[in-house]
Design a protein around this ligand. Structure first.
Ligand code: RB5
Length: 151
C-alpha cells in the first residue's frame, strides 16, 4: 500500500500537521503538494493524487485537504477507481471504510481540527472494508455506474 497526500493552499497547514502526525506513527506518506500557501486550484491536486491511487485502487490510499474537503472529494471522484469520502466525524470515518471501501479521505483545513482529523484517519485506515456483505454489492454498483459512463 502506498499512502499519498495532497492539498491546495487552504489545506496546506492541515496537510503539514497530518504529515507530522503520521510520521510519529511511523506511517510513510508520499506528498504530492502543494508546498506553500500560494493560491492554487484544488482540482489539479485532486487529479494528480487520484490518478496515483487509481493505479492500484484496492491497495493505494490517499488523503486530500482543501478548505472544506468538498471540492477535493467532488474532483477526486471523477477519476475511475477512486472512491473519495468527505470524513466529518467518528462514525463517517469508520463507515467510509466499512461501507464504502473509500480509498481516498478528504478533509477541510478551514473547518476541521488536527486532533479530530488524526483520530478519523486512524479509524478510516484501521477499519476493514466489509466486503462479504451487502456493501460489496453496493460498491460493485458504483463501479458499474463508472463503467457505463466512462470514456
Ligand atoms: C479555496 O479558496 C477553496 O475554495 C477550496 O480550498 C475548497 O474549499 C473547495 O472546495
Amino acid at each position: 500500500m502506498t499512502l499519498y497526500i495532497a492539498s491546495d493552499h487552504a489545506g496546506f497547514a492541515l496537510k503539514e500537521k497530518i504529515k507530522a502526525a503520521l510520521k510519529v506513527q511511523k506511517i510513510t506518506v508520499e506528498d504530492l503538494g502543494t508546498n506553500n500557501e500560494e493560491s492554487v486550484d484544488y482540482p489539479d491536486f485532486a487529479e494528480t493524487l487520484s490518478r496515483r491511487v487509481a493505479q492500484k485502487p484496492e491497495q493505494n490510499k490517499g488523503i486530500l485537504v482543501c478548505g472544506t474537503g468538498i471540492g477535493m472529494s467532488i474532483a477526486a471522484n471523477k477519476v475511475p477507481g477512486v472512491r473519495a469520502a468527505m470524513i466529518y466525524d467518528d462514525f463517517s470515518a469508520k463507515a467510509a471504510s466499512e461501507h464504502n471501501d473509500a480509498n481516498v479521505a478528504c478533509f477541510g483545513g478551514r473547518t476541521q481540527k488536527i486532533g479530530d482529523v488524526k483520530r478519523w484517519i486512524e479509524k478510516w485506515m484501521k477499519t476493514p472494508a466489509s466486503l462479504e456483505t451487502r456493501h460489496r454489492r453496493r460498491i460493485d454498483k458504483i463501479t458499474e455506474i463508472e463503467e457505463k459512463n466512462c470514456c
